[in-house]
Every structure is written in structure tokens, then in C-alpha cells.
Design a protein around this ligand. Structure first.
Ligand SMILES: *Cc1c(COP(=O)(O)O)cnc(C)c1O
Length: 370
């Protein structure tokens, strides 16, 4: 959901892409983004494009022909990371786990030490499964073998702590339309000093001109040299969305996401639904209850959509038909939304022949008042 303040910001008159006012905005965004990522990286900026543009930037700047890229693969976006690496000419090696599981510290370490890659990539919050992946052991092992770490923080940013400095992440990327609550269109990225050193020492020319971070730094950074025409209105939107986050405060925002997630889960479980992901590995922003036996996910989704215009998603790939994917994030993470959704899911499930074991709404209410 996009906050009304963000829409209003987008309606402001645009300035030129080299206007001092634009650079003032992009500097404000740099600072606010760094706070949200949990970093002191000076090289923090919003790239023109959606989250996948951030992914492409983070992969293509640090991988080249013949590089070895190690991917911890347990979901759809890990596969996209692998594909991007392959297209850059990397030798991509993967440690695979079934969708929905996480890599233990030991598994990640053994894999990285065995493979000795140039780059390690993982997804902090896998939107295809609802799993969050701890990164500290991954980063430590990667640094021991001299590798950089690329982390997908797309759904994590603004919904859970990213702590990229403390974790040791070298290149993090995200998007504007998930946890930040702005429209799609920009990709926040943050690059560590260690990764910058690698970048500056790179002797081969970058295959992508648009995502060349050195060129982008010349535009947004000190020299303000024209590179491309930044989508000014999206910068207004992102600044406003980040300002809303600053006003709420990150700890309060994370606590809100956690609380609404837990209330929702309490409601789902009371109705007799089972969560796909083990409690300790669940993201707060994206919930994946299993589709109950005898019910088709599409029928439930259609009822919600046609009845109240509530859009929830289904699983895909190996999880097609097996889970619902329900985003409760940003401005949408609110008690009234959780209660409304549980109420409508209850009716839809009943209509599809799955009478809820007990009231999900009552269980969520009890959670909120406890
Ligand atoms: C949505 C998403 C992406 C891709 O972002 P787009 O904005 O759709 O390009 C990448 N990784 C994860 C984990 C996502 O959820």
C-alpha cells in the first residue's frame, strides 16, 4: 500500500535531472536509506529501475567472465540471482535446499569454504516462500575466502532489521514497492568500502553501461555528471516514504510488523490452517499458510478478490497450489487489516467446504489484547 503522503509527494512539480534541488533530495535519500539498511556505507543510493535492477547492478558489478559465484538457493529469487550471474559469464555454483528451508551456519560455511568463490549471494527474505535467512555465518565464511557478499534485501528493507554492516554484507539491494510503501520504480542499493575497492580495481570493462556503479556514482556523487535522466517523481516518492519511516522509527516499525504477523498467524492457526515455515524462520512481511486439504487456493483468492477487492497471492514453482502468499507490510500492516482479512478468509474457507475450527478473528483479538 502506498501512503497518501507519498502520492502527494509525487504530484509535486518536477525539476531537471541536474537541478541542485534534485541532488539535495538524492542526498537526503542516501542518508535515510543508510539508516534503513543499517549501514554507514557512503555508497548508498537509489538506482532507476525496480528491485531486479538493484539485483542486476549488484551482480554485474562484482561478477565478470570466469568469476565464480556461489548461490545459496532455496527459492525463486535465488534462481533469478543465479541466472543473472550466468548471463554475466560467471561460473555459478549452487547449494540447494527445498523451498521453505533455511541454510544452517555450518552448511553455508562448508559450502563457501569448499567452493572458494569470488561472490556469494543469498536472499535475506525470500518472498516466494516466506523464509528469512540469517547471514552472519555466510558473510564471515565469504570474507575468509576473500569473497564479496551480495544480499537480496528486497522484502526485508523497512519490514525487518537488515543490519548490513553488522552482518557483513557487501552489496545489498531492495525495491521501493514492498517494505518501503512507495510505488515500484527505484532500487535502493548499498555498497561496502570493501566492495568499492574491488570495483575500483576492476580492469575489465563492465558489460552493462546503465548499471555501472562507477558511472552512477559520478552522477549522484561528487561530480554530478549526467548519466541518465533520473525519474524525479519517484525520488520525491521515495524520500517521502523514507521520511515516514524515520518518523515512525525503525524499532517501532519492525515491532508493528512482528505484532501484526503474529496476530495473523494466531488467527490462521485457530482456524485450523498450518504455516508452511517453521516459526523461527518466518518473515513478518510475507505470510505463507498452507492451503488446506480439499481446498483450491484459486477459489479462495477469487472469493477474496471478487468480494472485497482483497488480493492475496498463491504459491508458484514447487509451492504452486500448496501455499497462500499474503503480504502484510508497510502501511498495510495494521490491526484492522489483519482482522478484516481473517474474517473474509474465514467466510471464503467455509464457502469452499473448510469450516474453520474456531474463530480466527477472536484468536487475533485475544492476541492483540494480551
Ligand atoms: C520482488 C522481489 C524481487 C524483484 O523485484 P522487482 O521490483 O519485481 O523487480 C527480488 N527479490 C525479492 C526477494 C523480491 O521479493
Amino acid at each position: 500500500m502506498v501512503e497518501p503522503r507519498v502520492y502527494a509527494a509525487m504530484a509535486q512539480p518536477i525539476v531537471g535531472h541536474l537541478d541542485p534541488y534534485f541532488f539535495q533530495i538524492s542526498e537526503e535519500i542516501r542518508g535515510l536509506l543508510a539508516t534503513a539498511f543499517g549501514t554507514s556505507n557512503q555508497f548508498t543510493m537509489a538506482i532507476s529501475g525496480t528491485g531486479s535492477a538493484g539485483m542486476e547492478a549488484c551482480v554485474s558489478n562484482f561478477v565478470e567472465d570466469g568469476s565464480k559465484m556461489a548461490v545459496l538457493a532455496n527459492g525463486f529469487f535465488c534462481d533469478r540471482l543465479s541466472e543473472l550471474g550466468r548471463r554475466q559469464g560467471a561460473n555459478v555454483v549452487r547449494l540447494e535446499k527445498p523451498w521453505g528451508e533455511v541454510f544452517s551456519d555450518g552448511e553455508a560455511r562448508d559450502f563457501i569454504k569448499r567452493e572458494k568463490p569470488n561472490v556469494v549471494a543469498y536472499v535475506m527474505a525470500e518472498t516466494s516462500t516466506g523464509v528469512k535467512q540469517p547471514g552472519k555465518a555466510i558473510c564471515e565464511a565469504a570474507h575468509e575466502v576473500g569473497a564479496l557478499v551480495v544480499a537480496d534485501c528486497v522484502t526485508a528493507l523497512g519490514t525487518m532489521p537488515c543490519n548490513i554492516d553488522e552482518t557483513g554484507i557487501d552489496a545489498a539491494y531492495s525495491c521501493t514497492q514492498k517494505g518501503l510503501g512507495a510505488p515500484p520504480g527505484l532500487a535502493p542499493v548499498s555498497i561496502s568500502p570493501r566492495a568499492l575497492e574491488t570495483l575500483r580495481g576492476r580492469t575489465t570493462s563492465h558489460k552493462s553501461w546503465y548499471f555501472d556503479l562507477k558511472l552512477l556514482d559520478e552522477y549522484y556523487g561528487s561530480s554530478h555528471r549526467y548519466h541518465h535522466t533520473a525519474p524525479i517523481s519517484m525520488f520525491y516518492a521515495l524520500r517521502e516514504a523514507l521520511e515516514i519511516i524515520r518518523e515512525e522509527g525503525l524499532p517501532a516499525r519492525f515491532a508493528r510488523h512482528e505484532r501484526n504477523h503474529k496476530a495473523f498467524v494466531a488467527g490462521l492457526e485457530a482456524m485450523g490452517l498450518r504455516m508452511f515455515v517453521a516459526p523461527e524462520h518466518r518473515m513478518w512481511a510475507l505470510n505463507t499458510p498452507c492451503v488446506p486439504e480439499g481446498v483450491t487456493d484459486l477459489a479462495i483468492r477469487k472469493r477474496l478478490m471478487e468480494g472485497d477487492g482483497i488480493e492475496i497471492l498463491g504459491g508458484f514453482g514447487p509451492l504452486a497450489g500448496k501455499v497462500f502468499r499474503i503480504g502484510i507490510m508497510g502501511a498495510g500492516s495494521r490491526e484492522e487489516n489483519v482482522l478484516l482479512l481473517l474474517d473474509r478468509m474465514e467466510s471464503a474457507l467455509r464457502a469452499e467446504g473448510f469450516p474453520p475450527r474456531s474463530s480466527g478473528v477472536e484468536a487475533a483479538r485475544a492476541f492483540y489484547s494480551a
